[in-house]
Design a protein around this ligand. Structure first.
Ligand SMILES: [Mn+2]
Length: 294
């Protein structure tokens, strides 16, 4: 079972996984892969750092007046092959496919953002009808919509472009504040992509929350932790100033948690020490999400 995974330390509040006896619920897995990172490397430490930071939270979530009681299993880390995206991607794809067959909703800790493509391709191939109706909510400082980056088609800067080619119903990009001219033109030309810049959201977030509240399709959430301002998440591959606050991220996760969420990932955490804010805020995304599930 989970041939491609390896278990080191569990996310807080998760149960032991036993393949003879398990319930429908959530699975947490790490993918410690960074290879195409162009600036600050270290996302390979993300899974370890986020799991460690998760022990910092209380089971009772005061903000939501709920406790983390959802069925969730930490199945460990996919065995990333350093420097080899294609092999790593195959292992992510196979593992997620197996999880979906077991009725476990994947929650993935990255790793650089490229890992999202394997997860979404698995979702796409597992249930093409669901995927056609899927809204991908993408929180990030960057569009990640370049056709290629430094000659690389599967780069952290082009991952959402590859996801767009899988044809989900819609992509909503939140917190954007850094772009290449051509990718911005591309995004504006696509009817099925909507974006909310960080600057726009600091002034008025009403339109975003109206849009999120109106979603009645299945949702996949991908959070590049650099969506937060570098003062809250300094240890990321590509920091960009003028980002969102953890409070707004919390509000967004709150709204999305009531939807039919078929997967969540938190990527680009390059924390390399205990107590790093980046890992704490990344773990909080998963913690808040699980706090809001039955
Ligand atoms: Mn980014």
């Amino acid at each position: 079972m989970f041939f491609y995974a390896d278990n080191m330390m569990k996310f807080a509040f998760c149960e032991e996984f036993n393949d003879d006896e398990y319930d429908e619920g959530y699975s947490i897995m790490g993918v410690g892969f960074d290879s195409t990172t162009s600036y600050k490397s270290g996302a390979r430490y993300g899974p370890k750092a986020v799991r460690e930071a998760s022990y910092n939270f209380e089971q009772y979530n005061l903000r939501f007046d709920t406790s983390v009681t959802a069925t969730s299993y930490d199945i460990g880390d996919v065995q990333a092959v350093p420097g080899n995206y294609q092999e790593t991607d195959k292992m992510i794809y196979n593992t997620v496919n197996e999880l979906l067959e077991m009725n476990l909703t994947p929650i993935t800790i990255g790793g650089e953002h490229t890992i999202t493509y394997g997860i979404l391709r698995a979702l796409h191939d597992y249930d093409p009808d669901l995927f056609e109706n899927l809204v991908v909510v993408h929180l990030d400082a960057h569009f990640d919509m370049r056709d290629e980056y430094l000659g690389e088609k599967c780069s952290h800067a082009s991952v959402l472009r590859r996801v767009h080619e899988l044809n989900p119903k819609e992509i909503i990009q939140i917190g954007i504040r850094s772009a290449e001219y051509e990718e911005h033109e591309y995004v504006k030309a696509c009817d099925d992509i909507t974006y909310f810049s960080s600057h726009q959201l600091q002034k008025d977030s009403g339109e975003l929350f109206d849009k999120l509240n109106d979603i009645n399709s299945p949702v996949y959430i991908t959070v590049d932790i650099d969506v937060l301002d570098p003062s809250y998440a300094p240890s990321v591959g590509t920091p960009a100033s003028c980002g969102l606050t953890p409070m707004m991220l919390e509000d967004i996760i709150y709204v999305l948690s009531s939807k039919d969420v078929c997967g969540l990932d938190v990527v680009e955490v390059a924390s390399d020490r205990v107590g790093d804010l980046t890992s704490v805020n990344a773990a909080k995304v998963i913690y808040d999400f699980l706090s809001l599930q039955d």
